[in-house]
Design a protein around this ligand. Sequence first.
Ligand SMILES: Cc1cc2nc3c(=O)[nH]c(=O)nc-3n(C[C@H](O)[C@H](O)[C@H](O)COP(=O)(O)O)c2cc1C
Length: 298
Amino acid sequence: MTRVNICGIEFKNPVIAASGTFGFGREFEEYFPIEKIGGICTKGLTLNKRDGNRGIRIYETPSGIMNSIGLQNPGVRGFIDEELPFLEKKDTVILANLGGSTLDDYLQGIELLNNTSVDFIELNISCPNVKEGGMAFGIKCNTALEVVKETKKVSKKPMIVKLSPNAENIKEMAYTCVEAGADGLSLVNTFNALAIDIYKRRPIFNNITAGLSGPCIKPIALRMVYEVNQVVDVPIIGIGGIMTAEDAIEFIMAGATAIQVGSSNFIKPNISMDIIKGIEEFMEKQGVKSLKEIRGII
Ligand SMILES: Cc1cc2nc3c(=O)[nH]c(=O)nc-3n(C[C@H](O)[C@H](O)[C@H](O)COP(=O)(O)O)c2cc1C
């Protein structure tokens, strides 16, 4: 009864591991059978391998974390050769999160992913930590329009566009991406934020700013999902500070078809299992037969 369908692809439940917080799934096998999760979104891939940023990469804040990983990843080819064979044996939906610094990077990445078993491309136009992450595309509508339109032309996979909460206007951005051909939207990525080491008298992170995530962003992310749901008709995947089944259900009631669990994987690696179980219990107690009944109900 927890099944949801996005672009004709069935998820056994609406819980997806968020990009960059679940690697390629291997490390989590120690904690729970990862095929129990509805879907797995890969670490952000770039055309070429990246070692990521130097210096402090993760920093804890009250009710959240800041990160500046810098898209460390094996590159699209490395993913296809080394990681995908493991993931594709699992009975779960695979979303390949793809970043890029130029349109051409995105197009080449998509061409490579077209011939694989990944179910979706999650187009990352929102990584704040590196130029290559694509956030430059996700702030202004006109640049987002171009990258979504051109990538959609070559993609053989359904394309979910991941929005940045740092966009100038989230509703306009969402509408623009859908007009450009996005089959679905996921939101949000991390918020641009700053932390300072007062004794060293300089920023904690080498890149000065970093991305804030975790429970502290949840109410803002929820408001954004609600607002975006007012202006688009495509499926929405809600992301931001989800730690419990109640959080997940709030996102569904705000309009999300599915949700992603990010930073809370670092607190409890099998937290998704608790969230799935909690959703099932809620549905049973409340007499909800399908999540469709409560989607966007507010
Ligand atoms: C350590 C870390 C690495 C991340 N890496 C990526 C990434 O590679 N691509 C991406 O689209 N989002 C990335 N994100 C953003 C998450 O997928 C998610 O959108 C964000 O953290 C908000 O959700 P949360 O509050 O549940 O963590 C990363 C987040 C964290 C904390």
